[in-house]
Design a protein around this ligand. Structure first.
Ligand code: RIB
Ligand code: CA
Length: 312
């Protein structure tokens, strides 16, 4: 039985690979819809990019919704310095022809969680948590109906990538993240601690290109574009595939290791705003609310990813 998911996203080259991986495996993952949120680039571009990716995957029937264009209570911070002006720099891909759905993404989230059987829909946020938090605020009744949330965000041992202490998705909307982390919904978190171990080395990127399809070529070009930031900053061996860790967990959770711990969000301090305060060593009595990942079988991850992308 395929797991039924909604992908909430701010594409972003790594979001693109996560979406492609999900769309490549309909027998394992049924994508009920894709909800775009402002993050890496403004909403108009994330809603455009999500549709470009669906068409690249040959799945123009996938419903794509535009959501919130700014965080709950702060100005939007974007990341063109990482993802380029369009958010999907690298490959030259055609403008989307598939339509954007009329409904707002938050209405789609609420309607779907209310109409589908309780516990049958998993939410997979890959960007700032604004859409998810807005849905929870507007319709608290849906919170208990969510099967689980599998998200990319946060950092503990790796600390920050946008400030010294905060990871981008959480930093952009810390109030939204706080609502999600306090919601009581079972959380599986892919922080930088694990995504920084999923690096697209040259050999791995050559394997994408060797797929020999438009998808393989586009993914190779996307990672060649967005690896610059991490190579310059961290001296890393390649682009970290942050968001595809979410989809890979849905397909093969045994690729990952982590701990069920308490994770809370800093929403006040100007110095550490957006930090995921992960009680990895269990030094507090705060209740565990998240399975926080720290390890990955990187070779197994790339083998899965390459094999599945070749199906598109
Ligand atoms: O910090 C990495 C996260 O921020 C990824 O989801 C990337 O796409 C950006 O949204
Ligand atoms: Ca993202």
């Amino acid at each position: 039985m395929a797991r039924r998911i909604i992908i909430d996203t701010d594409p972003g080259q790594d979001d693109a690979v996560a979406i492609l991986l999900a769309l490549s495996s309909p027998q394992d993952v049924e994508v009920l819809g894709i909800t775009a949120v402002a993050g890496n680039v403004p909403l108009a571009l994330t809603a455009r990019n999500a549709r470009i990716i669906c068409e690249l995957a040959g799945k123009p029937e996938t419903p794509v919704f535009a959501g919130c264009d700014a965080p709950l209570g702060r100005p939007l911070v974007t990341a063109e310095h990482v993802h380029g002006k369009t958010g999907l720099d690298g490959p030259v891909l055609p403008e989307p022809t598939m339509p954007l759905q009329d409904r707002h993404a938050v209405d789609f989230l609420i309607d779907t969680l209310r109409s589908e059987p309780g516990g049958s829909v998993t939410l997979c946020p890959l960007g700032p948590l604004t859409n998810i938090a807005t849905a929870f605020l507007r319709a608290p009744d849906i919170v208990s109906r969510v099967e689980g949330i599998v998200l990319m965000g946060g950092a503990y041992f790796e600390v920050g990538n946008i400030t010294p202490t905060a990871e981008f998705n959480i930093y952009v909307d810390p109030e939204a993240a706080d609502i999600v982390f306090r919601s009581g919904v079972p959380l599986t978190v892919m922080p930088l601690d694990v995504t920084h171990k999923a690096l697209v080395t040259k050999e791995r990127n050559d394997a994408f290109r060797a797929i020999g399809t438009p998808v393989g070529e586009a993914v190779a070009q996307m990672t060649e574009f967005f690896e610059r930031f991490d190579k310059e900053k961290y001296g890393s061996l390649g682009a970290p595939l942050h968001d595809p860790c979410v989809t890979a967990w849905l397909l093969k959770p045994e690729l990952f290791t982590g701990r069920h711990i308490n994770v809370e969000i800093e929403t006040k301090s100007p110095l550490t705003l957006g930090m995921t305060v992960a009680d990895w060593w269990g030094v507090t009595s705060r209740p565990a609310n998240a399975t926080f990942m720290g390890g990955i079988d990187a070779d197994g991850f790339f083998a899965l990813l390459t094999e599945r992308l070749a199906r598109l």
